[in-house]
Write a protein that binds this ligand. Structure first.
Ligand code: ADP
Ligand code: MG
Length: 360
């Protein structure tokens, strides 16, 4: 096991700055997820940790050792890729025991090790099959097993579930998280899927355009997003962003938003006495309630027209047009709501998030 730190790490490809000045500490035994849209630098960061890319500036440490220039084979890291890269003509057993680290062992030690890993990843009884005779999930397990058999001190996974169908993905998500818990090995998991990130990580690093915008637990990311990007990226659907005007009125902040006017206790939301006059309000779809089902603490309203509605039986999603702004709401039950009907969405101002509009 090992801790990791990135210190002032940059990666520049020709003139393109893929990673500007990354600082990040990963704790020993932690399961950290890198999440963000495609092209935001997750793989590049992972490859720098693996030693497959060299940082243009800055340094990377594993425990107290500077590994910035250490070749990949000497970092004691195992990586699982999206394409499993199994050897098609070899059995599962041979695929598992093919690596240079394990080939040095005696035959009986190696057999023991293969059996142990096969049990760990659920491949028991399949060791003599070829990859073509396995399901997608089983092939994924071989790829995991092949990385684990080396007993690396750090385990890296880059979108390992992208090739699986939705049901299997959910299952493997739980399996990988469970495996990590049992082994306690420091793990970095890359995904563009926020649900995967939220359900798997001890902590999540949210990437956007080469930068980490927030590193936090899933609960903190959900409750206290550092900015609008994190708020809208996390959650399905993500946070609604509504334009608003703000004025201070004694101890209150007075807010005008989409035709409604209401107040919030200024101290609770704003540390500075100079309030920005324009803000963006964030509100989660599940913090908007349908009038008759609203908890009594919810006293403020947004009015609009229902544009779309969808129910799964246990949840109802509604898209409401409010003065041309699309607002998503999610209700925790079946709601009989029709397209075109007037919507009265009720909320508690304490559930609002305030973001300063980006300059420019
Ligand atoms: P992600 O894994 O988050 O989708 P990547 O780390 O693969 O993103 O890529 C980040 C950015 O760096 C992208 O704009 C990508 O095109 C660019 N990039 C990655 N590798 C190279 C490379 N070898 N040469 C040039 N540009 C690259
Ligand atoms: Mg990638």
């Amino acid at each position: 096991m090992a801790s990791v730190s990135f210190e002032g790490v940059w990666k520049v490809f020709n003139t393109f700055v893929a990673i500007p000045n990354l600082d990040l500490n990963i704790k020993d035994g932690e399961f950290i997820v890198f999440v963000g849209p495609s092209g935001c630098g997750k793989t590049t960061t992972l490859r720098m940790l693996a030693g497959l890319e060299t940082p243009t500036y800055g340094s990377i440490r594993i425990d107290d050792e500077d590994v910035t220039l250490t070749p990949p084979g000497r970092r004691d890291i195992a990586m699982v890729f999206q394409s499993y890269a199994l050897y098609p003509h070899m059995s599962v057993r041979s695929n598992l025991s093919f690596g240079p680290e394990v080939r040095k062992e005696s035959r009986s030690d190696l057999n023991n090790r293969v059996e142990k890993v096969a049990n760990l990843v659920g491949l028991h009884g399949l060791l003599d099959r070829k990859p073509a005779e396995l399901s997608g999930g089983q092939r994924q397990r071989v790829a995991l097993g092949r990385a684990l058999i080396r007993e690396p001190r750090i385990f890296l996974l880059d979108e390992p579930l992208s090739n699986l169908d939705a049901g299997l993905r959910t299952h493997m998500r739980a399996e990988i998280a469970d495996l990590q818990r049992r082994l306690g090995v420091t793990t970095v998991y890359v995904t563009h899927d926020q649900v995967e990130a939220m359900t798997m990580g001890h902590r999540i690093a949210v990437f956007d355009r080469g930068r980490i915008l927030q590193v936090d637990t899933p609960a903190q990311l959900y409750r206290n997003p550092a900015n609008k990007f994190v708020g809208t990226f996390i959650g399905s659907p993500g946070m609604n962003i509504l334009p608003a005007e703000l004025a201070r009125d004694g101890a209150l902040g007075r807010i005008k938003c989409l035709g409604s006017v209401f107040s919030v206790p200024a101290e609770r939301f704003f540390t500075s006495t100079d309030l920005p006059s324009r803000v963006e309000l964030g509100i989660r779809p599940d913090d908007l309630h349908w009038t008759k089902d609203a908890p009594s603490r919810c006293r403020e309203h947004i009015f609009g027209t229902v544009r779309a509605t969808e129910t799964t039986g246990s949840e109802t999603f509604v898209l409401v047009d409010v003065d041309g702004v699309e607002v998503n709401a999610r209700f925790p039950s079946f709601a009989d709501i029709r397209i075109g009907q007037k919507a009265d969405l009720v909320f508690d101002p304490n559930d609002l998030h305030f973001f300063e509009p980006e300059s420019g």
